[in-house]
Design a protein around this ligand. Sequence first.
Ligand code: ADP
Ligand code: ZN
Length: 810
Amino acid sequence: MMKNEYMEIAVTLPLDQTFTYKVPEHLSRRRPRPGMRVLVPFGKKRITGYVVRCHNQTPEFKTRDVLEVLDDAPMFPENELPFFKWISQYYIYPLGEVIKAGLPGGLERKDVSCVFPADPQPAGLELLTSQETRLMALLDKKPGASIKWLAGQADVPKAVSLIRKMEKKGLVRISAVLREEQTRAKLEKFIACTDAPPDDQARLSKKRIQILDLARQKGEISLSGLKEKIPTAPRLIRPMEAAGLIKVTSKRVFRDPLGDPVEPDTPPVLTREQALVLEQVEFDKGFVPYLLSGVTGSGKTEVYMRLTARAAEQGKNAVVLVPEIALISQTERRFRARFGENIAVIHSMLTPGEKLDQWRRILTGRAGIVIGARSAIFAPFENIGVIIVDEEHDSSYKQETTLRYNARDLALVRGKMHNCPVILGSATPSVHSYQNVVSGRFAHLELTCRVNSNPLPDITLVDLKKYKDGNPADRIITPELSKQIRACLDKGNQALIFLNRRGFATFPACRDCGASLSCRHCDVTMTFHKREQQYKCHLCGYTLNAPAACPKCGKKDIRDFGFGTQKIEDMLKAMFPDARLARMDQDSTSRKGSVLTLLKSIRNRTVDIIVGTQMLAKGHDFPSITLVGVICADLSLNLPDFRAAERTFQLLAQVAGRAGRGKAPGKVVMQTYAPEHFTIEAARRQDFRNFFNNEVPFRKALGYPPFTRMIQLKFSGTDPKKVTAAAMAAAGVITTLLGGSEARGLNRQIMGPIEAAIPRISGRYRWQLLLKDVSADRINRLVRAMMADPDVASFKDVRISVDVDPYFLM
Ligand code: ADP
Ligand code: ZN
């Protein structure tokens, strides 16, 4: 058999190419093959790379040797490589970094530059500058800290170059240290009995005899299982092992991220509509994309489960994507009840270790179905039979850092590669997907009525303009809304009050000079949090204790205008002293497990009124909520983003859908300054087609997606001049590449460069450049050419991120 001597490797560096390495004799026994991780030398350092190809063609250039093979088996199937390559090409992102983003986190092994105090220390230490002294003090506490960590902690400008200068002066030594993977398989100790003569037992303590009994009963028992029964067991087993009474072995175990056990369910008899929809999905036609639209409660999830079962019957895998928040609620439970242990779950609330365990269950064939948030689209399946994306309009499918992919779009790409049907489902489909139905690219499936034939909730609008000059409190909770809350409470039902803005007061300003209280690091006003008596920046987390001084005139006379969920909670407490209140937003749920506790208290009806942000709007099924109050329906309607109306519609329709899911009919009160706006009206009628028909003419007329494709370039850095210059240079290169003005038009434009709507976040200045074109290919080539241009590549201190099909333009 011929051995493959060479390997093509994608390294985890921002480089647009792969590299060839040689497999030395002693490593060929490890059988490195595509999908496995290797440690390779790169420049002076060692980094992690992924094998993408093995071959025997001796290259014309000199190659370096692979240093280590890090896996015994591939981390992903070889047939997933074309998927990674497609992503790398489309999102203009290096292949190695794409693979890294697709795998569970913390699997990288690489050299990190670390700093040590010089030994011996040079004379004249008393002559250090104050900045150098600060760095040396940090280093004393943590010798061998990474440069990155040190620079981050030091809080001095240009810390990295300062550290390099200190190395030249002989104050410190910098050297590369190999950092191991942060995520490992979990090993657990197991205890089994030996055949030691039983007469020894007479001299054993009661606890030790108990340990032996337990081990004998089960044949083998895990240490953690033992610990539950005998808390001191860890200390007892070592001497027992030494005495030959027991045998202790380490074995790989799977961390169990799941909470309570779930009872198996029996599939219900399908409704006529469900049966019809299922008949229309074809499994033998290869790749077909479908949009399944259906109001909340129309039985979409049941359809997903049937499709999943059908894939499983054919011996194929199923990928089911749901928004993050739905996972902690019921979707996962329902799948688990139906498919039991055949399920792997992947989402961001798992620790990297738990995620790795789920990953290995898939790789070893123990789980054939994955249900997860966006990153589950990378599940390492070899033969996918169906891909389902629930709530396909949800913005959580778009990743907004590093690799800025959209899992909904990738579902279609992967489905095409696996030649299987892809089902996108929603009660409020995105304009993008419904346009694909209109243009005939997607097949349309529809569920029109609720399974239990509950009517959709009755929605009334309250015009906030009429309280403009009245009592200020009436402008926040109108008499119409408070009357409905009273009626709801009197019937013993629950009310959900929605405001998509957390905190107490959202616009603190100086009573004296009028200046607003802004964050030190970001160009946004801070939000007052009454419980903590603090002003917080919602972008970077910077806090100021109240009372704060005006940044302009220094007077401590800040008045807190605007309102958020905390204030609503306080007002409701005063208005309905008999009601039990709870609040669900990012502030009230920062502790692990608190979301679950809150959801349980709603379900168990230990709260009467729950105030919350969009966390509460999505996906939950609370049968006792009969009233939904929307404090301000048009809050997000006027943001400078062409999707503002679409997002507002979806959010309102979703939150309204929380009402009346049980037996009692639901009621929704939406307070708004713009009752006549088509978005608000369409939300009132729960009619996405109505919204679509009103929205599409705007998009068409202005040449916005889905009628064009966009790429946004995001420039950021700590030096505002450099950021501006980089944005200008990029725009210049693009203008040159585009040539004459005839290449431009409504459907082919450069917009900007302009300063971002939020010009500074976390001390980084931000500029943007937006490109659009009817051809995704052409605009992709344009951006590639621009990024490779030396005029752009030369900006070292400015980060340029490419956002293909951007979702948030601000
Ligand atoms: P959606 O996902 O569209 O919101 P669900 O699938 O959650 O709808 O269905 C709503 C409710 O109806 C759930 O409680 C579900 O168990 C129930 N249900 C769905 N299909 C059927 C059916 N064919 N027979 C009886 N109950 C059903
Ligand atoms: Zn800030």
